[in-house]
Design a protein around this ligand. Sequence first.
Ligand code: SF4
Length: 411
Amino acid sequence: MPVDKLPLPPHQALEYGVIRITSGVACMPPRKKTRRVNVGGVRIGGDAPVALQTMTAGYTHDVEGCIAEIRKLAEAGADLVRVAVPSQKDTAALREIIPASPVPIVADVHFHFERALEAIEAGVHKIRLNPGNIQDRPKVDKVIAACKERGIPIRVGVNEGSIVERRDKDLRATEKADMDKDHKQTLIRLMLDKLEDYLQIFEQRDFHDVVISAKSIDPRLVIDVYTAISDRWDYPLHLGVTHAGPPETGRIRSIAALGTLLANGIGDTIRISYAADPVVEVDDGKELLCSLGLRTRTEPELIACPTCGRIEVDLFKLVTDVRQRLTEIDVPIKVAVMGCVVNGPGECEGADVAIFAGRHRGIIYVQGEQRQTVTEDNMLDALLEECRSFANKVKRGEATLKNAPVDIAPA
Ligand code: SF4
């Protein structure tokens, strides 16, 4: 019987949200087709690649600091950068920041519709707005009209933290009672109901350049609510797990939720949020998209073995050093750092440059051809030299990147 037809033991037949894993063989479904919006030249939705975005951590009114941070994030790979505009001095700063930015800028507006209008006047490329935070409907109308006139999309957020009723005490009590019975399902229902209300506001005004977000700290809720939204509407979706924490824990939450959704064809732009330098958010977002084949890798890819009782060198240090030094290379070569030649060759399929460590020595291969044997002290420099030399050959057209098994006979 073919492997994928074998019945699975109960612990492997997981039912999770709408995703049912029934066999060990999986295939990514095609991406859900959504409407397309244009954010200052970056397309989101439709058949556009999944856009990667992040948010500055510094003050927007610190013009020089803000521009420097945006440039750093764009250099790291962000397609869009969002900035907070809590006060008028922040929207005033946008007039200098936007022309100096290498990527489109999104203004994050909360409570004050005036900030949205000022940001639009300053030439911002997208507005992030939560209509629930602006009670006065004519004020929301003004923002919609200004965006419509200039072709600026609006992201509408129904994030977990913003949808629970805080003004109406009776309604709050009803919601709380429902949540006590079933917290997750109540939150999903509230998010969908609020979203429907908000979308009506935009649709009644014939405004359709909308991007939706529905973030939560709970990855299971994120998966379920975005899946429900994707089933119901065709607006592009901005995926994220909110307040995910430091990278060490937030990474797992974020990748569990965003990875599952993206692998199911859901999501048009992502933001990973950590309590850390946003460059880490961009690095992780890029790796997620590259790993799922949703973004073309432009930098070296590092494969490394987890080590085992066969190891005879300090491989963890070597891997850390190689990772750091590979940032010097701008060709997407595949580099493998393996602990031995017993299983190493089979485990680093497709590596362009590989080192297999032995007793305080390492053997370096370039596309399956043995190049040199080096001492442990010299492993890092020698490997990097081979990587640089191979990358230069690729640039000159004298070598091509390959994705084939490394054909090495164990010593
Ligand atoms: S490559 Fe060698 S050292 Fe590394 S995990 Fe595999 S068998 Fe162990």
